[in-house]
Structures are given as C-alpha cells and as structure tokens.
Write a protein that binds this ligand. Structure first.
Ligand code: KIV
Ligand code: ZN
Length: 530
C-alpha cells in the first residue's frame, strides 16, 4: 500500500457552498493559488453544472493551476459529466469527481431508484466519465449508512468500470471513529480489485468527529483525505485540513511515518487568506490556526515553556507558519522594505500595485500608530481589480456626516466619475445609512443593501475598520469591501466597490452607457428594516 496520504481540498466546493463562505471568481482564483502553494494534491474547484459562475470559476482555476490536480464535481448524469469535462479541459492534471447516493434512505426518498438501477447508473456513468478524463473519482454518497454488502458491490463495479479513486463519505457526520475505520477495513478486505484504486474518506462534522473519523480512515488504509481549510463546509462542516495534517506530522510515531505533500508552513497564511476573503473570523481557540493556539497565558505554563517549550507545546508556531502580529513597519519605512514584507506575507504584486498599496500604507501610517501584518494583509486583500471602463468608475472625493443621539443623521457626499464631480445630501436613521443613500442618489441607480458587516482588523483603538457589503439590483448581487480607520469612509468605499461592479455589469447587460433605473428603491432594504 502507498505510504503517502493525498490531500483533496474541497474548500472551493463543499466549503464554498455553505452560508457565509461564498467567493467571487477573483477570490476563488486567489484561494486556489494559495491551496497550490500549500501543496494540496487535488483542488476541487467547484460543481460545474451548478451555475454559470461555478462553471466559469472551474475553467479559470483549471487554466491557472499547474501542480495540483483540478477536479469538478458531477452527479452521475451525462449532462453533469459533460459540463465537468468541459470545465477542466485546460487543466494540466484534470479529474472528474462523480457522485451517486447508495444508501437505501437516499435511493428510496431522494433518487426514487432501486439498488440495481443505481448500480447500473454508477457503472455506466463511470465508464462515460472515463471516456472523457483519465482520472475519475467515484463517491458513494452516504456510504457510511449504505448496506455494507451492497457498498462492496458498488465499489467493485465502479473500479472495474474505470474509477481510479473511490471515495466513501460519511455525508451526514453520523459515524464514530472506530466504525468509520471498520468500514474502510471491510472494503479493503472484501473488494477483490480494491488495489486498483485509491480509497478515500470524506467526513462531515455534525457530531464533531470529522477529523477523528478521517484519521481512523487513514489508519485503516484510506490514502486520500477530503477536507477543507478550517473545516468549512455543508452544515457543521468538513474535516479540517490543518488538523489532519498536523495530526499526521505531530504523531508521526503513531501514524508510522506516513508521508504527505502539504507544506505545513503555509497553513496559517492559507487560513488567514480564507478568513480575509470571506470576512469570517477564525475562532480564537481554533486548533492549529486560532490566535490562542500557541499562546500560553497561565504563569505555570509560561514558566514551563520558557524552561523547555516541549512542556506545553506539541508543535511549534513556525511549523504552521503562524503569522506574527507585532508592528513590522512604520511611517519611516521605505518602499523597498514594504515590498519585501508584502512578499514575505505571500503577496506577489506587480510594480503598479506595489505603488498603489505603498501610498495607501503611507496614508495609513499617518492615521495609525502601529501598522501590523494583519493591517498590511487587509490592505492587500482590499486591492481589487476595477471592472469596466476606468472613466466610468465612481470614486469618493469627500464626505461630511453629522450625527448625534438627538438629531437626524445627515451626510453630504461628493463622488467623482472621470473628471466630473457630483454632490448630494441625504438624511437617514444613522450616518452610514445617510452616506449610502447619498451615493445611491448620485449614481442614479437604485439598489438594495442586502448585507452590511463591520469589523475591526486588529484589537487596538486605532484599528482599521473593515466593511463588507452585499448590494443587489435586477442584474444580480455584488459584494464590496473596504478598510479605513474611519468606518463611514470604509462604508462608502465598500459601497462604491460593489457599485462599480454592479454598474459595469448592468451596462453590459442592458447595452447602455448609463445605468437604467430599476423599480426597487433603497427604502425597501435592510437599513430601514423592511
Ligand atoms: O458529503 C458528501 O457526500 C459529498 C459528496 C458529493 C462527496 O460532498
Ligand atoms: Zn460533503
């Protein structure tokens, strides 16, 4: 049996489909690049048939990624397989990932199919997928709750039909580690051609067992693990990649020196990139990547660690590339030092982007005493590529807000488009509402504010505020993000970030140079609580 465990990362598919973790095309590409830098063996880039957006992101990731294999998910249907095959056509190392439920519960109530019909379908679609791609993974959805004799028949048949990887998911997170291990052992013992395929596990975390179950699978011979960064995924999530690999690394004595291709020093950067892209904070006590994961608060522990780190530390912060958060640069720092630090933090920026970021960094230094790595990352994450014609982009020129507990808030906002400027004044229930309303009046394109989130990037009083918004009009939903030490400024900039994509898309959709007015009014959205 192979001595290497392959990591199949599904952050961009199982992870991305869960609420709060959706990403746009550009964000998915950045995440995929970092997954490749992390050393992930297979990146599941999406579910190509699910939507046009999914299809396009799988195509883009397939073009971009050279080292890792790129997979698209597909139901065991010809049209899904066609879409998956088409989307990964440009990949250096493509894989089609087929799935079909095999438990009686799913067959009877979801698919309304007999066991025999499902078996036939699995075989036919595996053959069809193999005619389109050299690597085909077959997943028996809800494998853990599938009758074991039937599961053995399915596994044997799909391997015979050409599946190169067979995945046995605990789709609903029901298994206990010993049971999951036994399922893998049973399949290895009872399926005669099992050596012709790699056996894989895919565990959900409904009972908090996903990582333990995955490792139990590995102990019993699974050589592919399906996982996500920070365990994001459907419902309670999937098994966390960083926990599985650090389990193998830290307890190599127990796992008999099993090998893997993950560069563990990239873990922290990957988790922080995901957090910064999605706006979801990492829990302080999250294993491996939480801020407290390597912090020793109690005196006894600190004393022990100072005497010998091994007393309370089973792995080093360096081994997971834990990111330092102390001040690294200040207003006297030069462009060269700034560029070098950004590079150390993993941002490969071209000269114009360095210039742009450096000027933002300098203006941040004027407003903020200490600039930390996390501030720099927030600035870099905020650097978006403007879509559409630059002369049609709206930019913030200036704003003044008036607000207090005994008055109606008002905002005067001046925006610039090309060389022209417009000013509008609005009132609202708060200064953010008033400011966004002024933006809406200036651009003359009604939109709905579907989501607004504000959070501090670091802990200190002069922390950068990061605002994320979700706006929609009749053409779709658009996300915007911005950081500033002033939360009203961050709110306006985040709004403009989304507005510029919205208008460029609306202009394309409507074939006009100026946006057409929609029926929706800003009064209907969340700020007014209707
Ligand atoms: O949980 C599951 O069963 C899945 C399959 C599609 C692999 O995500
Ligand atoms: Zn899943």
């Amino acid at each position: 049996m192979k001595n290497t465990v392959e990591f199949f990362d599904t952050t961009l598919r199982d992870g991305e489909q869960s609420p709060g973790y959706s990403m746009n095309l550009d964000e998915k590409i950045r995440m995929a690049r970092q997954l490749e830098a992390l050393g992930v063996d297979i990146i599941e880039a999406g579910f190509s048939i699910a939507s046009k957006g999914d299809f396009e992101s799988v195509v883009a990731i397939a073009r971009e990624i050279k080292q890792s294999k790129v997979a698209s998910l597909a139901r065991a249907l010809r049209k899904d397989i066609d879409a998956a095959a088409e989307s990964i056509r440009a990949a250096a190392r493509p894989r089609i990932h087929l799935f079909l439920a095999t438990s009686d519960l799913h067959l009877r109530y979801k698919l309304k199919m007999s066991r025999e019909a499902a078996l036939k379908q699995a075989v036919a679609m595996t053959k069809y997928a193999r005619s389109k791609c050299e690597e085909v993974e077959f997943s028996a959805e809800d494998a853990f709750r599938t009758d074991r004799d039937y599961l053995c028949r399915v596994v044997e048949a799909v391997i015979k039909a050409g599946a190169t990887v067979v995945n046995l998911p605990d789709t609903v997170g029901y298994a206990m580690p010993k049971e999951l291990g036994r399922m893998i052992a049973d399949i290895r013992r009872r399926v005669p051609n099992i050596d012709q395929a790699t056996l894989s596990v895919h565990c959900h975390d409904d009972l908090g067992m996903a990582v333990s179950n995955t490792l139990a699978g590995v102990e019993n011979g699974a050589r592919q693990v399906e996982c996500t960064i920070c365990g994001i995924g459907e419902r309670a999530g999937n098994a966390a990649l960083e926990e599985i690999v650090m389990g193998l690394r830290t307890r190599r004595d127990y796992y008999k020196n099993l090998q893997y291709n993950i560069r563990t020093e990239e873990i922290s950067k990957t988790a922080h990139l995901l957090s910064s892209i999605t706006g979801q904070k990492i829990a302080l006590n999250k294993s491996i990547v939480g801020q407290n994961a390597f912090a020793h608060e109690s005196g006894i522990h600190q004393h022990g660690v100072m005497a010998n780190a091994a007393t309370y530390e089973i792995m080093t912060p360096e081994s997971v590339g834990a990111i330092a958060t102390e001040m690294v640069l200040g207003k006297h720092s030069g462009r060269h030092a700034f560029a070098a630090r950004m590079n150390e933090l993993g941002y490969q920026l071209d000269e114009p982007r360095i210039d742009l970021l450096f000027s933002e960094f300098k203006s941040l230094c004027d407003r903020k005493k200490s600039v930390t790595d996390r501030d720099l990352m927030a600035l870099a994450e905020n650097l978006t590529t403007p879509s559409g014609n630059p002369d049609e982009q709206w930019q913030l020129d200036s704003f003044v807000v008036n607000s207090g507990n005994r008055m109606t808030s008002s905002a005067v906002v001046t925006l610039q488009q090309g060389k022209r400027k417009w000013t509008e004044v609005s009132i609202g229930t708060g200064p953010v509402y008033a400011a966004i309303r002024s933006v809406e009046k200036i651009i003359k394109h009604p939109f709905s504010l579907d989501d607004y989130q504000l959070q501090a990037v670091t802990e200190h009083r002069d922390a950068l505020g990061e605002v994320r918004v979700k706006l929609s009009d009749q053409t779709g939903t658009y996300r915007g993000r911005a950081v500033s030490t002033d939360v009203i400024e961050a709110s306006i900039l985040a709004c403009l970030n989304a507005v510029n994509s919205m208008l460029s898309n609306s202009n394309q959709a409507l074939g006009t140079g100026s946006a057409a007015a929609a029926q929706h009014t800003f009064e209907n959205d969340m700020l007014t609580g209707h």
